[in-house]
Design a protein around this ligand. Structure first.
Ligand code: ADP
Length: 377
């Protein structure tokens, strides 16, 4: 079977100072992009990954927050190193930008092993996965982002690879078909998903450990902002770092993006220092409100309030009304609104809370009913 073109894995060998040689992962799409075409989703993902990489913690000690998850990973690493076994397969779930890729990249660095990276949507057939499996060296890590988007045929192909470190390849067709078993090196799959509920039970069961990443506290995000500012050689006032953290929806990727924007704003409109005033002006210009909601978040709340009378409303109906994919609502908009108590998810659909009405500057129907009944008493 041949390597899938154009998605070829490239691995460059880079030395780590205090570890044996390990490899730096790169994910490659079609290099022939001459700017004449719109980037494909995979290319966009690769580019956003590159900008994330600049600020990614490289060791477990540098990872801020997620203390319980980090501690459990530390135990898994120590046990695997002591026994000389590969790490058990690990599944990480949580909303985008919370550090799934970061943790997946830190693990092989800590182990001093090789690392390959791919994503569910890039694996359209078993032949796309095969080179990753055959390239996997003993103890190495294969990271599969958005693993819930792997097609069923690829999923079935990966089962024996994860369980028995072998692949079954069928050659020929009909009566002449033969199945060849190919032995693989013992390796570790780290899967990341924003939707653990969409994973099939057999795939979920093949992961020995599962970790859920949750939103970060304001203090943790402020620390991330200060650390990222230092890496970007940018001066930021303490209260400005807290302000950026406050408006980052509990998400390190957002915090880093707002920091970069505040830096640009400070360079263009001020003397390059991010003061509280500069941070506030920069975020206001981006339409970020006091609790970090952006225009699509507010539009989502307003749609339920005005079109669906506050709910309950089905996610598909809201998505159609907003002209956005339901996936985007479920992955990127709803988790933070749910955590903040602005939204309720019920079997009948999504419902706005009184807090959401207050945030939009309106009075909720319950409050109105309450006021009314009080005035009747
Ligand atoms: P995910 O894979 O969950 O979408 P990433 O791991 O790509 O998220 O993280 C996005 C960005 O957030 C990274 O560039 C990284 O710099 C930053 N980040 C994530 N988690 C942490 C953390 N625990 N400490 C510091 N920075 C983090």
């Amino acid at each position: 079977m041949s390597l899938p073109d154009p998605f070829q894995v490239q691995v460059h060998i880079i030395p780590f100072s205090n570890r044996p040689m390990a490899r730096e992962p790169t994910i490659r799409g079609d290099d022939s992009d001459d700017g004449a075409h719109e980037p494909q989703p995979d290319q966009k993902a690769a580019r956003s990954r590159e900008s994330d990489d600049e600020l990614r913690p490289s060791r477990l000690d540098d990872v801020i927050g997620q203390a319980a998850v980090v501690e459990r990973i530390r135990i898994l690493l120590q046990a695997a190193e002591k026994r000389g076994d590969p790490l058990g397969h690990l599944l990480m779930d949580g909303p985008p930008g919370l550090g799934k890729t970061t943790l997946a990249m830190v693990i092989p660095r800590e182990l001093g092993t090789d690392f390959q990276i791919t994503a569910g949507p890039s694996l359209s057939a078993p032949k796309d996965l095969l080179p990753y499996l055959t390239n996997a060296s003993a103890g190495s890590v294969l990271f599969i982002d958005e693993i819930h988007r792997m097609p069923p045929a690829v999923e079935e192909f990966i089962y024996p690879a994860m369980e028995d470190f072998r692949v079954d390849i069928t050659l020929g067709e009909g009566l002449n078909a033969r199945t060849i078993n190919m032995k693989l090196q013992p390796f570790t799959v780290i899967g990341a998903t924003t939707r653990s509920g969409m994973l099939t039970a057999p795939l979920r069961d093949r992961f020995v450990s599962r970790e859920h990443l949750s939103f970060y506290s304001q203090d943790e995000l402020a620390t991330i902002v200060r650390r990222s500012a230092a890496r970007l050689n940018t001066e930021i006032a303490g209260d400005a770092a807290v302000e950026v953290a406050l408006r980052s929806r509990g998400t390190p990727r957002k915090a880093n993006n707002w920091l970069r924007w505040a830096r640009d704003y400070a360079d263009a409109r001020a003397d390059g220092v991010i003061t509280l005033k500069v941070a506030q002006a920069a975020l206001k210009m981006k339409g970020v409100d006091g609790i970090g909601l952006e225009e699509p978040d507010r539009r989502y709340l307003e749609t339920i309030m005005t079109v669906f009378s506050g709910g309950p409303a089905g996610v598909q109906a809201i998505a159609h009304t907003m002209n956005l994919p339901a996936d985007t609502l479920e992955d990127e908009i709803e988790p933070f609104l749910l955590r903040e108590g602005l939204l309720q998810r019920t079997p009948r659909g999504r419902i706005l809370t009184a807090k959401a009405y207050a945030h939009l500057g309106c009075t909720s129907p319950e409050t109105l009913r309450g006021d009314h009944s009080q005035s009747e008493d």
